[in-house]
Design a binder for this molecule. Structure first.
Ligand SMILES: [Fe+2]
Ligand SMILES: [Fe+2]
Length: 452
């Protein structure tokens, strides 16, 4: 049997799960408002700590994935955070990681610094007062949503209890004043303690230097962090070679040397589908108005593709492209995505960047090479008036054309901040008006046939 005749599942088995997930972790970084590579660097730091303290070998792979995927739940509280504070969720999340939650009245200080940054001083004070009176406990609830959601998606991906519990408890503090459960000391799983320390060290080390990160860890020794882990970090702090690798331009290359060996064969076809489905959940959780959007687009796109007689491999790729087409939206603020009014030109320009972000994120994932084109062209139009590249129909294959139609159809029939979803017939009438102008006529007709 020649290479080209081998089934896709055999070819795909050469992809390392760790490589795919470390590439996709960049999508979680932009949702968290963190610089690219935050999760990968946190993983390097956490695994180094694990080595120093002699973390059980049998659980190292579980810890590796907890560190890499710690922010899987990050999109699930973005909309709520944004609406409570009237501010960019990515900036709020970044500030959250820098704030000193052990200081007196930390919530008040955080709110004063971050609430409605564009508003007048009076409006800002009123917003902070309203948060203090009406939103007691909201912070804890938002952290709980985020942690539970992260653990749930890790479970969906088939990761162990060690991975799930580390993700669920990464915001707990040694002194019991963390969130969401207020666990203290050794009641917090060791994995959660390592992830919590590693992510803070990463934020301060890449923002302000290694010395600043070590100083923060020392200050919070015994309050936020397990004292033994902070002591172990002291030795790592003196290893200049390690920090040069971790904070250098290619942290992913160094991560590859730490990746669990038993995962090399794990990324088969079924696993790649599961990864696309899991990240579709992360994408759809970003805004209440895109609830099930990616899944919905995938279902419709595959039906169109079937009627256009795409073969099995093409349908599989079309489905994955549809599940991940809006992954770039994770880099757009909910202030814009959930805005009930018409967007300003500047806001519209940011929205129009999301397929470019999709292209950048998926372009990092070797296993998804075949879907980048279709996924990132879902707002291109056959008359060349789409975005983000403005390419015309002659350059658009069947998959991006079908995906574009499925995307518009799902968007029209779903509820949005500014209107409720349209009935099928009205949505189809709109698509038919655009057929042959902006949208591919064969795909529109195929959808019509599918809907009967
Ligand atoms: Fe989109
Ligand atoms: Fe979309």
């Amino acid at each position: 049997m020649t290479n080209s005749a081998r089934p896709a599942s055999v070819l795909d088995s050469s992809f390392r799960l760790s490589e795919i997930l470390s590439a996709l972790s960049y999508a979680l970084d932009i949702t968290e408002g963190q610089p690219q590579g935050h999760a990968v660097r946190s993983c390097l730091i956490g695994m180094r700590l694990a080595e120093v303290i002699g973390f059980p070998e049998a659980d190292r792979a579980s810890l590796f994935y907890a560190l890499l995927l710690k922010d899987l739940g990050c999109s699930s509280n973005a909309a709520r955070l944004c609406s409570l504070f009237g501010a960019d969720d990515r900036a709020l999340k970044r500030q959250h990681k820098l704030a000193d939650w052990a200081a007196p009245m930390p919530g008040l200080a955080y709110a004063m610094r971050n609430a409605v940054p564009e508003a007048s001083p009076l409006a800002r004070v009123l917003r902070v007062a309203s948060l203090a009176v009406n939103e007691r406990g909201s912070g804890r609830e938002m952290v709980r949503t985020r942690c539970d959601r992260g653990a749930e998606i890790a479970a969906m991906l088939g990761f162990t209890e060690v991975t799930r519990e580390a993700i669920r408890t990464l915001d707990e503090h040694w002194d019991g004043r963390g969130m969401p459960a207020g666990l203290a000391g050794e009641a917090i799983p060791l994995g959660g303690r390592i992830v919590g320390l590693a992510q803070s060290v990463e934020v301060f080390a890449s923002g302000f230097g290694v010395d600043a990160a070590l100083a923060v860890a020392r200050e919070r020794r015994g309050t936020w962090f397990d004292p033994e882990l902070v002591d172990a970090l002291r030795g790592v702090g003196r290893d200049g070679g390690f920090w040069a690798k971790a904070l250098g331009p290619m942290p992913g290359t160094h991560l590859a040397t730490l990746a669990p060996e038993d995962e090399i064969l794990a990324a088969d076809d079924a696993k790649l589908d599961l990864i696309a489905e899991a990240f579709a959940r992360v994408i759809d959780a970003k805004s209440p108005y895109t609830y099930r959007h990616s899944e919905g687009v995938a279902e419709v796109a595959v039906e169109i593709g079937r009627l256009l007689e795409l073969d099995a491999a093409e349908l599989r790729d079309l489905r994955r492209a549809a599940l991940l087409h809006d992954i770039g939206k994770l880099g757009v603020s909910n202030l814009i995505l959930d805005k009930p009014d018409r967007l300003t030109d500047q806001e519209m320009a940011q929205v129009r960047m999301h397929p470019a972000f999709t292209q950048r994120i998926l372009g990092r994932v070797r296993a998804f090479e075949g879907i980048v084109e279709a996924a990132s062209a879902h707002h291109e139009r056959i008359d060349g008036k789409g975005y983000h590249r403005g390419i015309s129909g002659e350059y658009l294959g069947a998959a991006p054309r079908a995906l574009a139609v499925a995307d518009v159809y799902e968007a029209l029939t779903a509820d949005r901040p500014y209107r409720s979803g349209l009935p099928r017939d009205e949505a189809m009438a709109i698509l038919r008006r655009e057929s042959g102008l902006a949208l591919c006529p064969e795909s529109v007709e195929a959808l019509g046939v599918h809907l009967g």
